[in-house]
Design a protein around this ligand. Structure first.
Ligand code: DGJ
Length: 733
């Protein structure tokens, strides 16, 4: 008989208080984490390997966890491959994706990790593994969030030997889903001005790899995923979700193994990776955050939105992250042609609309008249601002707004004083040409002197000026990522050291200037991830500000990231991206579904436009908490081909909801599907009104119960191209 089939199955039940979040059962050697509506379990198997057991809907405390002892299927697939490992070392006959691959100085590359010991501390389990005989130690951390059940996993690799060890591949975690053949993987792809395109594909044997090799998060893939089953819909069925907290090169691989289990491995990208670990040294991986919902793709998104609000985003003493202010940004209006008088004129008009933050974009510093020069020279351009920034900032503040400024501190133009003084500060291979992108080079932030310089420049800027907000841009990818001054064996640690130093600068700036708010921008949405989100307050998802393209972009973004982190501007029509013409109300209804901004040349708006904008800004302020911190329901998605976007945002206390339905083009005399709302209090009575001043059709009652809005629903008739309507529901009793 060629096959030796599975042997044995351990069965056990946990006893103990339901409140406990993280437990270990000595008899079965099973670890179990419970939080929100999720249970996550793994065990030490009979061979001492850490094996996945369960990740899904929360099980009762008394539920027995089946824990099969797996052996090899045949001589071709030994146990190392068949056992779904929590953190597999490359060795012992492993063909599956490893979490860790090492090379010892003597050429040995065999790594087999066994359980050694563990600690449990509240919601956290720390398990230590080590190689069968070499002193490479791995400490895995599992922390479950008691409200959402999101598990944060990471690993620390430690070299306790007396010689150097090279790490060739290091993941944060390996995860496993049970055997099934109808899994579907959801993720996003993109490029500049076209980020966040949703993709879906079946998960089968053969790896699907999502990654960035570019040194930063990238738009080509974003480091999140969802996995669903055939019976999963927008609001029901299982959905697993995960995202990496890392702003450098990353990779996630998805594969169905020889036994039909889906394996997920995520962490540092092994592309061009090598990390010398000296004796006694440690390397900590990024966090891999993973969640589960049985309420479909919408449920999984809402779980992550909540987790980000409650556990990732910086707070300023309050219960929730600060609400995004309505901002004005000068970029599309003036590009590099900024000066005191014109910025003042824009600020005056912006303030009259109810704008709360005025942001001056690129062009204010050094010899920055185009993208050919100036990056690196962060001193105010005296021709454009003869008296520095203070007169503009003072005036902006007198107008009742706070002041924000654009910076791109990790970059340098070869045509800059900084580069002329320190050509060696840019990333490079000695004696080789450097590829420019947008006429600029990337500073090697991995160098301590560069890190300290960038920190000082920003610290000075914030100390000398009354700046409330930084738009932190990053406009190219890495190339020639050399670090000639470092020891050859350490040069590739640039992939880790750069990002750690970026985080250090952000953390240190926030420590020194606790009130500063920061937007992460990378020519649009090229650096959105949970690592940068923990250190910034908002994200710029795309330079594409066309309001219709944006609906799709925003839909992709909010699969994993909270609407309250996503900035969206009202800009000009026709839009620069595609020359599409849209009405001002349509542009507002699109942009009001995130953190609202205005990025148009306000001097071109007449009185009627200004009045319309004033109305929508006021409406937005009524719903902003609902949109930014509420629960998002994507409604009526049964026919994505008809380019209709209906989104409902329900406040956490269910006292308010904001409903948007926008259409690219209506056809014939087609009747639009009834919009049945979700998430309201069925017994409460809600008043409904349009976000603009127009009365709603007589078929919509002025007020009704939550049950009515959720079961009977709202019928809306729209005719034409790029039309939409926004409605506010307010609980009256
Ligand atoms: C790219 C950003 O995404 C834009 O919003 C703008 O800030 C430009 N850079 C400025 O150079």
């Amino acid at each position: 008989m060629l096959f030796r089939l599975l042997v044995g199955a351990g069965l056990f039940a946990f006893a103990g208080p339901a409140a406990a979040q993280a437990r270990y059962d000595k008899a079965s050697r099973i670890f179990r984490l419970d939080g929100g509506d999720v249970t996550y379990a793994f065990k030490v198997n009979a061979s001492g390997i850490l094996q996945s057991v369960y990740w899904g809907k929360r099980l009762p405390d008394s539920a027995p966890l089946a824990a099969p002892e797996l052996s090899g299927l045949s001589g071709f697939d030994v146990a190392t491959n068949v056992v779904p490992q929590e953190f597999a070392g490359q060795g012992g006959g492993l063909y599956a994706e490893p979490a860790l691959k090492v090379t010892y100085p003597d050429g040995n590359r065999d790594l087999v990790l066994y359980y050694r010991d563990h600690q449990i501390d509240g919601d956290e389990i720390r398990v230590t593994l080590s190689d069968l005989d070499r002193p490479i130690f791995v400490t895995l951390t599992y922390r479950i969030d008691r409200d959402t059940g999101v598990v944060a996993r990471s690993a620390v690799i430690e070299n306790r030997s007396t010689g150097d060890v090279r790490l060739d591949q290091v993941a944060a975690a390996g995860l496993t889903l049970p055997v099934a053949y109808d899994y579907r993987l959801h993720y996003s792809t993109g490029r500049w001005a076209a980020e966040w395109t949703l993709q879906e594909r079946p998960l089968r044997t053969g790896a699907t790899v999502l990654e960035s090799r570019r040194g930063s998060t990238g738009s080509e893939n974003n480091p999140w995923f969802q996995i669903t089953r055939a019976n999963t819909t927008e609001e029901s069925g299982p959905a697993w979700i995960g995202a990496l907290g890392w702003s450098g090169s990353w990779r996630m691989s998805f594969d169905q193994d020889v036994t039909g289990r889906v394996r997920i491995v995520g962490g540092f990208n092994p592309f061009d990776f090598a990390y010398r670990l000296r004796p006694g040294a440690k390397l900590e991986t990024p966090m891999f955050y993973v969640g589960f919902s049985d309420q479909g793709r919408g449920g999984a998104s809402r779980l992550f939105h909540r987790f980000e609000r409650e556990r990732i985003l910086p707070r300023r003493g309050g219960d929730a992250p600060a609400l995004r202010k309505v901002l004005y940004n000068s970029w599309e209006a003036t590009e590099f042609k900024v000066n005191e008088a014109e910025q003042l004129a824009l600020a005056t008009r912006a303030a009259s609309l109810g704008v709360e933050r005025f942001v001056m974009d690129d062009g204010w510093f050094g010899a920055r008249d185009s993208d050919h020069a100036g990056l690196g020279d962060w001193t105010v351009n005296p021709r454009k601002f003869p008296n520095g920034l203070t007169p503009l900032i003072d005036r902006v503040k007198a107008l009742g707004m706070d002041f924000g400024l654009w910076v791109e501190p990790e970059m340098v133009n070869p045509d800059s004083d900084l580069f002329r003084a320190h050509p060696d500060w840019a990333m490079q291979y000695k004696g080789r040409p450097r590829t420019e992108g947008r006429n600029q080079l990337v500073l090697n932030l991995a160098r301590t002197d560069v890190r300290d310089h960038v920190l000082k420049v920003l610290d000075d800027l914030l100390t000398q000026n009354d700046i409330a907000f930084l738009k932190w841009d990053y406009n190219r990818n890495w190339s020639e990522p050399g670090w000639p001054d470092a020891d050859v064996a350490d040069q590739q640690t640039i992939y880790v050291a750069y990002v750690r130093n970026l985080y250090y600068i952000l953390d240190e700036l926030r420590r020194r200037h606790p009130a500063i708010e920061i937007e992460s921008c990378s020519g649009g949405g090229g650096r959105v991830d949970l690592g940068i989100m923990a250190r910034t307050d908002e994200m710029w998802p795309s330079d594409n500000t066309d309001p219709f393209d944006r609906l799709q972009i925003q839909d992709g973004y909010t699969q994993a990231y909270a609407p309250g982190t996503m900035m969206a501007w009202v800009t000009d029509s026709p839009n620069w991206v595609n020359q599409r013409q849209t009405t001002l109300p349509f542009r507002f209804l699109s942009a009001m579904q995130g953190g609202l901004g205005i990025g148009t040349n306000l001097n071109r708006w007449g009185d009627a436009d200004m009045a319309t904008a004033r109305y929508y800004v006021a409406s937005y302020k009524r719903i902003r908490e609902t949109v930014q911190h509420g629960s998002l329901y994507r409604l009526n998605r049964e026919n994505p081909a008809d380019a209709r976007w209906t989104n409902l945002y329900v406040a956490q206390d269910r006292a308010r909801a904001a409903l948007f339905t926008l259409v690219g083009s209506t056809h014939k005399l087609d009747v639009m599907p009834t919009i049945q709302l979700l998430g309201l209090d069925p017994d409460a009575v809600y008043r409904i009104e349009a976000m603009d001043s127009t009365p709603l059709p007589a078929t919509i009652p002025a007020q009704a119960t939550g049950a009515y809005w959720m079961n009977h629903g709202v019928d809306v008739t729209l005719r034409g191209d790029f039309v939409g309507v926004g409605m506010i529901l307010t609980r009256v009793r």
